[in-house]
Design a protein. Sequence first.
Length: 567
Amino acid sequence: MTNPYTLPSDAAKRVSAALTDGPDRAPARAMLKAIGLTDDDLAKPLVGVSTTWIETMPCNLNQRELAEHVKRGIRAAGGTPLEFNTVSVSDGVAMGTEGMRASLVSREVIADSIELVARGHLFDGLVCLVGCDKTIPAAVMALCRLDLPGLVLYNGSIAPGRFRGRDVTIQDVFEAVGAHAAGTMSADELHELESVACPGAGACGGQFTANTMATALEFLGISPPGLNGIPALRPEKEQAAEEAGRLAMELVRAGTRPSQIITREALENAAASVAATGGSTNGVLHLLAIARELGIPFELEDFDRIAARTPVVASLKPGGRFVATDLYEAGGVALVARELVKAGLVHADARTVDGRTLGEVATAVVERPGQEVVVPVETPLKPTGGLAVLRGNLAPEGCVVKLAGHERLLHRGPARVFDSEEACFAAVKARSLRKGDVVVIRYEGPAGGPGMREMLHVTAAIVGEGLGDAIALVTDGRFSGATHGLMVGHVSPEAARGGPLAALRDGDIVVVDVEARELRVELSDDELAARLRDWSPPPPRYTDGVFAKYAALVSSASEGAVTRPPR
């Protein structure tokens, strides 16, 4: 048995030695022995295993089981794992309700809580298990703040459901709500669909936000290549979890830190993966936030530049035909990397946590013969990536438009202005929107919402009613990765902080011009300024509690909607 009074620390206990070693730390060791740890356990590096398990969604439901396999890998490699749990909010469940305001707020709470536990218990390393949307960037943000050796493992995608002979996802259910409102789907059909769309554990199956970010993390290098893409309920996922635990211990022993992996080049690679897969616009928000944790200059224009040169090579829902399980069967995310490396569109020499470069990962990929999910970069599905950044007199600090799933690059029409998502959804249900309208939903930004709700409840209903190709939607809120159509989000500065959206009135002519990279209203500068001088902010929706604190501290969406100390 190791004697903590006489033996020197394991050299890899760079942090935890201060917690466990020497006579003065006897009280701490006594407490830790109460949970079953031995002197030998305490002589080893302490590695936190963070889970976001919660019983409110399928997305993170398999993490308790996976955590056991991660811990087995850590022990096998000579470490002592310590598991802890933090929160999660399901976008899919909360969508369209007040609860959706909690989603983006949860990203900051998760990052803060992982940071607090790791700092409070002096971990030497960290493995973060993630699933639903905000848990993924939150874990990376925490790792970056701590700059502890570690990695992030996505618990995997849900399998598609089967409805009347075809694969379906949660996107189909959201759009079916609109079809039901339009009278083209019966209540019985809707009920049948909702009962089969989500067949078990795992995060949403299309290239929505969870899979977009899981892909981005492999390109970022902070997730082990090939492991995120294994679907949630495949037996291989347990093996991947054990491998992640072993790999984390290698990082601890080598002292390899996130700041050595997540560089500006790695962020550019991650942005390219979002563009090349027609991924969620939330990827913009989250990569900006990750960059800010490490102080790396990375701006909206970087996304626009990268997306403009990066073709779409993966046919993934909502803009394409396939889901994440199909991509895994085809050969995985490395197929996308192979095509981008081939065209010189990513930094092939960027490191990953398993020691290989992105180029080496791309070279080693095994492609299933005849797969149709990823196409050659020479014959892409679209010549440019799935998003663009616009500016103009309605978005001086920028906004993001999603280009996957539609071909429209120009829309000019009268504004239909709503001061909340609920007001807009009521208009959709009443079928009062008209072809050509520009639907504007304001006061849903990071501070104004607060929490920058996703508008999938509205956008899916619009598509379900058959108006998806006939209107544009503009908001200072966000969109789900499942959204498709001409949708402009993240408008900055937001209306609640005096952004130009606050001056819009019904009937004003709004122009969305993607080629010109412009979002504008056909008003003179003097008229716009006069309206804003007469404007006063609406009262805050919350005056205390977590939402009020978040609204007071959150930055603009153009800066990643991160919270920061008051200036």
